[in-house]
Design a protein around this ligand. Structure first.
Ligand code: NAP
Length: 255
């Protein structure tokens, strides 16, 4: 049987690069995103050209019903779920000072990035428990957090809190699921060129020119996808609850 990977937010950006890479690695891929399938035809055609079997589920990770439907459709279409990549995420609609942040914006970002990830992981883990081991593990879960899990940006505090929460989810699920032969990993992207960073392109461009990142360029979605792919294979069988920075060395403290 072909192994199946769910990639949330797999319609574009980092998630699409991950979906594409996992398809090339031999997974059947289930893409979950808010926009209709037709809107993402251009990217989906690339998956078809790669020969990747995929299924598209439109929904909101913040909705209990949509998460349940995602799991049900993945299982009925492909017979099981072997990999979950928790990539879907949003930035605040408006960047604003911490002292002005609204509860509405906090709830919006946390509801998708943290609560959605928490409960989709719970649903998928419970599904994986019903399935037999395939090879050396029962399943793999990879969380896409951010350097913002640790780095303070006082103009988008809700995002930082949401990603710090995702990192704790990595720890918690890694601890609980190790005994079930399900491994949980985390990737922490730095600044990656996608729609999410398009609005602040000039700011980051100038920071890169000033040398903020030891590897002096934008990260690409494919940079992140490569690390996720390694976690989803058999290269890290005695590792769980760890993260890797995909940030051009941004995490290095320098003097
Ligand atoms: N870009 C960066 O520099 C960077 C850095 C660190 C971490 N990250 C994280 O990496 C992940 C992907 O970022 P990106 O830059 O690729 O973002 P992006 O280009 O804005 O794409 C976001 C993806 O998430 C989906 N999505 C958004 N809200 C959703 C919801 N409520 N339910 C289901 N799917 C939803 C979108 O689907 P639709 O297109 O259908 O809306 C889209 O596929 C996010 O978690 C982000 O926080 C990004």
């Amino acid at each position: 049987m072909k192994k199946t990977a769910i990639v949330t937010g797999g319609s574009r950006g980092i998630g699409f690069a991950i979906a594409r890479r996992l398809g090339l690695d031999g997974f059947a891929v289930v893409i979950f995103a808010t926009t209709p399938e037709e809107k993402n035809k251009e990217n989906l055609k690339l998956l078809e050209a790669d020969g990747t079997e995929y299924h598209y589920v439109q929904g909101n990770i913040g909705s209990t019903e949509d998460r349940r439907r995602l799991v049900d459709e993945a299982v009925s279409r492909f017979g099981g779920i072997h990999v979950l990549v928790n990539n879907a995420g949003v930035a605040p609609k408006v960047r604003g000072d911490l002292l002005e942040m609204t509860e509405e914006s906090f709830d919006y970002v946390i509801g998708i990035n943290t609560k959605g990830t928490m409960f989709l992981t719970q649903a998928v883990a419970n599904q994986m428990l019903k399935q037999p081991m395939v090879g050396k593990k029962r399943g793999t879960i990879v969380n896409v957090s951010s350097c913002s899990a640790e780095v303070s940006s006082v103009n988008r505090g809700e995002y930082c809190v949401s990603k710090a929460g995702v990192s704790m989810l990595t720890t918690l699920y890694a601890d609980r699921l190790a005994r079930e032969d399900i491994l949980v990993h985390e990737v922490r992207p730095g600044v990656i060129s996608t729609d999410m960073t398009a609005g602040v392109h000039e700011k980051y461009e100038s920071l890169i020119e000033q040398g903020i990142f030891p590897i002096a360029r934008w990260g690409t979605p494919e940079d992140v996808a490569g690390a996720v792919s390694a976690f989803c294979g058999d290269a890290f069988l005695y590792t769980t609850g760890n993260y890797i920075d995909i940030d051009g060395g941004f995490h290095i403290k320098r003097l």
